[in-house]
Design a protein. Structure first.
Ligand code: G6P
Length: 489
């Protein structure tokens, strides 16, 4: 057993709160990691570390965040052991694992991104994919090895009383692997994605489907962002694994695991504070100057297949076609930032987003009006600025674990924004009453919702945005974290 009783809380995730680069002078530079999982957890741990008022009881003590080194610069940083960079919110110390590059690549891109993400978001073009041949088997072995590297590091760092919080589909086997090494460990696993229903989960080879479910059931407590995802997981346990499911408790191999729903909100105060900084204010002024008195439909996403950006653009085109009065009076600011660009499906999708945006502009633009302003360079300050000036926020994923932008946009919007939200986003169960919910595949219905949103009186937009902010505050990251820790007491 380890002799480091200094980390009452251990967090494990593939991507950490920081990533490193190598500057011109050869020195390592740290920057904030991206994505919903990292931003939610970072904010929760920061509140925990600084003891801000919303800190919920039971969260106590300094955490250690264990993550994978994802680049050569990260690997160089990993050589220094546990690092506190000052870039990690609340300065949570970070331990980066230097997993052999080929193992990492096969586990991360081969399995997590190309198989598990696709399963949980129902993304396969099933007449052609998936194709589970020998290559898949090698990648799967690497995935198990990668999980084992995390399990070993966690056991090495954990004190007897440590609570171990494992995140997401990258690490579905790790709970069981930690349990095998340390039978008394207190382990929670949290899924930031949706969960597929059994009929779709069964696409996976039987042994793989079983290993994933069994791996997660090595935990004492499993968390999901929405009731639908928790229920789908339970259905898989019953139907695929044959486990005993009673309410939200699963008994398998002689142990019982509790399953709970912990929706993730936003630290409203610190988000609003961040938006007062000069960089955001400068972007806001520029966006205002660019748009004049036109209304703005804003979207902010990483370019994921699941985000449904192309159908969002198609709905905007449909609005301009069916309601010509909007031409020249509304612009669509679409921020679609790079993601997982080594995966061929993502490359093709990114290209399609650019192509459809260009086609719309070709069809409708006038000398003083650009219908679609597509920005692909990730800029956090500009994203916050766009949310502040949005009249309408369009969030139409095919499926999404939660979607924090659906909460952040209304929180930041200065005149209140109308939210057009996919009913397939986990956020719909937290704030859906205040949004215009759409079927993400229905382009005409999405165009109609955009029209309704553009016509919504400002007072009504403000009322709804305030209600969304209140709901998001009620599920603030610190509470979300505390609920998981409580699930382990
Ligand atoms: C988003 C998802 C998480 C996921 C993360 C990793 O944040 O909500 O569920 O863990 O992306 O994606 P990445 O591209 O950073 O590996």
């Amino acid at each position: 057993m380890s002799s480091h009783p200094r980390h009452p809380v251990l967090v494990a995730s593939n991507r950490g709160p920081v990533s490193f680069g190598i500057g011109d002078d050869g020195a390592l530079t740290a920057r904030r990691g991206g994505g919903g999982m990292v931003s939610g957890l970072s904010s929760a741990l920061a509140a925990n570390a600084t003891g801000r008022p919303q800190q919920a009881h039971g969260a106590g003590g300094p955490a250690l965040w264990v993550c994978a080194a994802m680049s050569d610069a990260d690997r160089a940083a990993a050589g220094h052991g546990v690092v506190a960079t000052g870039e990690s919110p609340g300065d949570v110390p970070v331990l980066m694992l230097d997993i052999p590059p080929a193992t990492f690549e096969a586990a991360y891109n081969g399995i997590a991104n190309s198989v598990l993400w696709f399963v949980q978001h129902l993304l396969f073009d099933t007449p052609n994919q998936p194709h589970f041949g020998p290559r898949f088997r090698t990648d799967w072995a690497a995935y198990a090895e990668y999980n084992a590297a995390f399990a070993a590091a966690l056991v090495e760092q954990a004190a007897e009383e440590s609570k171990i919080l494992i995140q997401d589909y990258h690490l579905a086997l790790a709970p069981r692997q930690v349990r095998d090494l340390r039978p008394e460990a207190r382990i929670a696993h949290f899924s930031h994605t949706p969960w597929a229903p059994p009929a779709y989960f069964r696409l996976l080879p039987d042994d793989v489907a079983t290993a994933l479910l069994d791996g997660m059931l090595g935990a004492d407590h499993l968390g999901f962002l929405a009731g639908r995802w928790a229920d789908a997981f339970l259905a898989c346990c019953a139907e695929v694994l044959g486990a005993e499911v009673a309410g939200r408790r699963v008994t398998y191999r002689g142990r019982t695991t509790t399953v709970a729903v912990h929706p993730l909100g936003v630290d409203v105060q610190s988000l609003r504070e961040r938006a007062t900084h000069d960089d955001v204010q400068a972007h806001k002024a520029a966006l205002r100057a660019q748009s004049g008195d036109r209304q703005l439909i804003v979207r902010v996403d990483r370019t994921e297949l699941s985000k449904n950006i192309v159908r969002g653009l198609a709905a905007f085109r449909e609005l301009l076609e069916s309601q010509p009065a909007w031409r020249g009076r509304v612009s669509h600011l679409a921020f679609a930032y790079p993601s997982r660009s080594s995966i061929p499906e993502y490359q093709a999708y990114t290209q399609k987003v650019g192509q459809v945006a260009a086609e719309i502009n070709e069809q409708f633009a006038t000398p003083d009006w650009t219908p679609v302003v597509l920005e692909v360079k990730d800029d956090y300050a500009r994203s916050l600025a766009a949310c502040s000036v949005a009249d309408v926020l369009l969030i139409n994923p095919i499926r999404d674990g939660m979607n924090l932008v659906a909460e952040e946009g209304p929180i930041l919007s200065e005149r209140g924004c109308a939210l057009v939200l996919s009913r397939e986003a986990g956020a719909a169960s937290l704030i859906g009453d205040e949004a215009l919910l759409v079927n993400p595949y229905d382009i005409c219905a999405t165009a109609t919702a955009l029209q309704e949103a553009l016509c919504m009186p400002v007072a009504e937009r403000r009322r709804r945005s305030a209600a969304i902010a209140a709901a998001a505050a009620g599920a603030a990251p610190a509470q979300w974290l505390a609920a998981q820790l409580e699930g382990l007491s």
